[in-house]
Design a binder for this molecule. Structure first.
Ligand code: KG4
Ligand code: ZN
Length: 343
């Protein structure tokens, strides 16, 4: 059994955790920065990076104390090395390098997306490779075949906005605070999902790619019309997103033999999305796995766990491992051309 310290600071959550290779979560702590970013309606990279510098060291102290371990008992340091806001990424990565240097223990430079991708295996010991993964977060919306640690084949991605980004933009249009996903979900529960006709971009198209920009514009028009209750717009938006996620994932399932369907990333905290994807798995005779909500949104337990999986596979990193703003899980995947494809 080995103990892994995980560190995360790639967006607006500072997090530290200590996880065992036997799947025990000895301690984990997350401190968000919503209040600092709320006045701007989104994450301000410079503010986030400075906050990580202030918050992260105290969180490392806290999880070591809560776990009741000595620093010397930790077997490896796993730190997110990208992708993300580069100023933030550098904070956890450099903290991890300092600890690795001081303790002589190996450094594991973790891809944040691999943290999300492997997170279901931390709590579901029966989830074996391969599985089809719907990765839905603030920065990504992808379908990936996960063949093993470090082995990802991207089947689809978004041609414009990520799904979490769409939730956040729709929420902003509805006057909800950042981050809008959880607030929009709460408002949607009071509305009628059939009240506002909204588009389902790319529904039925042969490649399982996603698109959400048109949906966001339609929400903008629905809000501006003044004809609908905000709760009805929220519920209709969420229903449209779910139709897209289910249709696109169903398309990918047609070409995948993977016995399990898995959903991970911040948007997988959404209860309606979890239920819809569970139904899709059942209709297609696949096992279904989704982590608890706290493990879907950004945290360091998933980074520590990805570290445990990589350590077990003999994958550690040198102290000059780079911090990377962009770091696709599948390097071979082609850029998808769309209306507003991002770098
Ligand atoms: O994985 P995550 O915490 O950070 C990234 O790596 O991006 O995902 C954050 C995203 C945000 O866009 C947030 O609004 C969305 O996940 N989110 C949700 C819910 N909880 C978080 N979206 C819809 N419903 C939720 N309950
Ligand atoms: Zn994330």
């Amino acid at each position: 059994m080995s103990l892994i310290l995980g560190l995360e600071s790639s967006c607006d959550d500072s997090a530290a955790a200590i996880v065992g290779s036997d799947r025990r979560i000895l301690a984990h702590a997350v401190v968000g920065q919503n209040a600092a970013h709320q006045p701007y309606g989104g994450v301000v990279p410079e503010i986030a990076a400075r906050a990580h510098v202030e918050i992260l060291p105290g969180l490392i102290r806290r999880v070591i104390d809560e776990a009741g371990v000595e620093v010397a008992q930790i077997d490896a340091i796993a730190a997110t090395a990208g992708p993300g806001l580069i100023g933030g990424v550098m904070v956890a990565l450099l903290a991890g390098k300092g600890l690795a240097l001081a303790t002589g223990k190996p450094l594991i430079a973790v891809n944040h997306l691999e943290g999300h991708a492997l997170s279901p295996r931390l709590v579901d010991p029966d989830l074996d490779f391969p599985y089809l993964l719907l990765l839905v977060s603030g920065g990504h919306c992808q379908l990936l075949e996960v063949a093993g640690v470090g082995r990802y084949k991207r089947l689809a991605t978004t041609i414009d906005d990520a799904v979490g980004e769409a939730f956040d933009k729709a929420a902003k249009l509805l006057g909800l605070d950042y981050p809008g996903g959880p607030a929009l979900e709460a408002l949607a529960s009071e509305g009628d999902p059939a009240a506002v006709p909204l588009p389902r971009p790319l529904l039925g198209s042969p490649e399982p790619h996603f698109s959400f920009a048109g949906l966001k514009s339609a929400v903008q028009r629905a809000v501006a019309s003044g004809q609908h209750r905000p709760a009805d717009i929220a519920a209709s938006f969420q229903a449209a997103v779910i139709d897209c996620l289910v249709d696109r994932t169903a398309r990918a399932l047609e070409t995948s033999d993977a016995p399990a369907l898995v959903v991970a990333g911040g948007v997988a905290a959404n209860r309606a999305i979890r239920a819809a994807m569970a139904g899709l798995a059942e209709r297609n005779a696949r096992c279904f796995s989704v982590p608890p909500a706290w493990l879907c949104t950004d945290n360091a337990a998933m980074i520590a766990w990805a570290g445990a999986e990589r350590l077990a596979a003999g994958l550690t990193d040198p102290l000059d491992a780079p911090a990377r703003a962009r770091w696709p899980l599948d390097d071979a995947a082609e850029r998808v051309r769309g209306a507003g494809v991002k770098a």
